[in-house]
Design a protein around this ligand. Sequence first.
Ligand code: SF4
Length: 318
Amino acid sequence: MALYPQLLLEPRRTLPNLTLCLNSSGKTLDRRFFLPLANAAQFYGVRNIALMGENPPAHPDFAIALRSLFGKGENLSLWIKPGQSSPCAGLIAHEVNEIIFRLGPYSGPEEIWMAELSALQSEVYMLRKERPHLIVKGVFHLSSATLKALEDAIHRVENALFDRLEFFPPNLYLSPEGEPATSPLSPDLIPSHEELMRYEEHFWEMLDEPCFQSWLFDLNMTRRQLERVLLCFKAASGRGAFEPPHCRASRTSFYIEPTGHIRCCPRQEAFGDLREMSLREIEEGERVHVFRSKINLAIDRICPLCPGDFPHFLWRSH
Ligand code: SF4
């Protein structure tokens, strides 16, 4: 009899997604956080743990991070840019469940960024040589330049034998601190009015192109993602309003910065500091509760401008 009240009163102990930013702006996440975070991940039954950063494998204790966190959630993913896995392909391939390559947003001479995409073939080959069934996905931030050469870009990712490719707009308006900037950070990323009109005109036929008929795409999802890219570019060029992505980060994620600050994602307010409080104190604290009960993506000042590329987007699409 006493069992039921106890179950009902038990506080909620689930946290689906935990992301660690290992390095950013010259700061690195202290290795002393790894073990407590691994224990917290087990305590909360975390499903997905992601390691991100400017160059995660360059963290001086990267191997310790992998070994502390591997197996502590259902899935450990590593988010890197092309070329970053090369110094430690063997370690990475054996200690993560999946690798996500962050591609773009590209601008400048096409041959330079196309060469980066072509080099993925040998990088992924080296990883899969170590572990043949390693899952490899791509998050592609589109730009004016990549829209023009999308078919060729997709073929290069296809040649690298990725398992999935998803599309997002570039981060046009947010400063690294999460403050909306007054003007686009990289105006050369936005297509011109004429380019946008052409893209819009052929939008519905685009998914019939042979390049999209590959294992890389879930066509419904790809259509939604490309629609949002189009909306975002139109809004950035003054035609229409920004719309928020379908994002659950505010209620399902914790993002740990190298400074120890915890947010739901890189762009929202900090709930607390791991140097002063445990993750459990932060999770059960008033600030998280108030934030989660109040946030509304549609009227939030940051969410409509967000690319919507935060890790949980890929996790929902296994
Ligand atoms: S939409 Fe972007 S800024 Fe808003 S909660 Fe999701 S990841 Fe964070």
